[in-house]
Design a protein around this ligand. Structure first.
Ligand code: GTR
Length: 397
């Protein structure tokens, strides 16, 4: 049966959002300490079990980082560019090529943005120095000439990664292709990092692809911890769309991330599932059965039965900074639902007396609201643009 998305506010079902301060087993969290001891672990476990799936804990024994290449004078002499090879079981299994830009003028370790990309590092710049991605990329077609495709895509994501603007403001930037961690298609979890740590098919509570990508982001943060020019205590994790869902889950599961940015992450990301506006749980699980775990399929067309919603995912960032961005033309991702998640995470931030959004309704396009939790709505389509980055850069100062 054909899926018809609802875009009518009047047809949003009535729903009750769980209070993020109520513990799943009953009782209420009343202080930051109780949140840390009981609320946070219980909420994390619930969302992990019912949605993204359990991932391996911490840095694996065979974790290895090698500096492979370095270019000392790039972007008109303003930056250094490096490529690191990161592997998880010595030289077995997937190997991630992390591209890192460092500003040249820095006086000490610099804060950094870390985010996965869809189609390879060479999409960030036209420069032929960057190693082309010949492994799996999002949107890959069977039988196509990978090298020709990779070359054709050089610089194609330059608008999504305004490298100069980021570097000029004193930040480092690290990225890697998500397909290096786990290819974005369903093959019963035989590819990517899953078989390194899970024998056979993962159970219904275990990790899908979004968890694998999030786990990979934590490993890239491990790698950044070993780079002396980077202040690994000041790393913002950023992602767009499916990779925005991923940056949120990475920020929730790894408290080392100082700022967590979701760009147009939509359903399964910042948007409230219970609104069923635009993309829904049933639709996303049918189109992308590998993104979430087996348990999440129980909620197809049954959002009301979900024992949590995405505002509780946002609350898992507290008291750290979290920023959500929507676009007016991206109704599929439900901009209102993305705003409401941030708004309804506030009771947890209140325990820390941390700044609220300061508004109860979505702001006008172009305006940033909030200090510790932040939000903006950009005019335009589903994308990441230099305008979005302007908001992120000033929020991270
Ligand atoms: C869409 C999907 C969205 C979003 C997007 C993307 O097809 O329905 O949830 O993740 O892909 O990642 O580009």
């Amino acid at each position: 049966q054909r899926f018809v998305a609802n875009y009518d506010e009047a047809k949003v079902p009535e729903f009750n959002l769980p209070n993020p301060l109520v513990l799943p087993e009953g009782g209420m969290v009343a202080s930051a300490r109780e949140w840390e001891e009981k609320g946070r672990p219980a909420t994390l476990k619930l969302i992990e079990r019912e949605m993204y799936g359990r991932m391996p804990v911490g840095k694996p024994a065979g974790f290895k980082v090698v500096l492979d290449r370095e270019a000392l004078d790039v972007l008109g002499g303003k930056a250094t560019r490096r490529e690191y090879l990161v592997s998880f079981a010595q030289d077995k299994g997937p190997r991630v090529r992390m591209l890192l830009y460092l500003p040249k003028e820095a006086k000490g370790p610099v804060p950094a943005f870390l985010g996965l990309n869809f189609r390879g590092n060479q999409c960030l710049e036209k420069d032929s120095w960057i190693t082309p991605e010949l492994g799996f990329i999002v949107g890959a077609r069977k039988g196509e000439d990978r090298r020709a495709k990779a070359e054709a895509m050089r610089g194609s994501a330059a608008g999504r990664w305004p490298v100069e603007m980021i570097l000029e403001q004193g930040f480092a930037l690290a990225t890697a292709c998500c397909g290096n961690i786990d290819p974005d298609f369903h093959d019963g979890w035989k590819n990517g990092v899953h078989p390194l740590f899970t024998e056979g098919e993962p159970g219904p509570d275990e990790w899908g692809t979004i968890s694998a990508w999030a786990w990979g982001l934590s490993r890239l943060l491990d790698a950044l911890e070993g780079v002396k020019e980077v202040n690994a205590q000041q790393v913002a994790v950023i992602g767009h769309s499916r990779l925005g869902k991923t940056s949120l889950w990475a920020g929730a599961t790894d408290q080392r991330f100082k700022l967590v940015i979701s760009n147009n992450s939509g359903c399964g990301g910042a948007a409230l599932s219970k609104r069923a506006f635009g993309e829904t749980v049933g639709r996303i699980n049918r189109s992308f059965p590998h993104w979430f775990n087996g348990n999440f399929k129980k909620y197809n067309e049954r959002e009301e039965a979900l024992p949590f919603d995405q505002h509780q995912l946002i609350a898992l960032m507290a008291p750290r900074a979290v920023y959500v961005a929507s676009a007016t033309g991206d109704r599929w991702a439900d901009p209102v639902g993305e705003f409401l998640s941030v708004l309804h995470a506030q009771p947890v931030y209140d325990l820390y007396r941390k700044g609220a959004l300061g508004v109860a309704e979505p702001p006008a396009p172009g305006e940033t609201v909030g200090m510790v939790t932040g939000y903006h709505l950009r005019e335009g389509k589903h994308d990441v643009t230099p305008e979005d980055w302007k908001h992120y850069l000033s929020f991270f100062q």
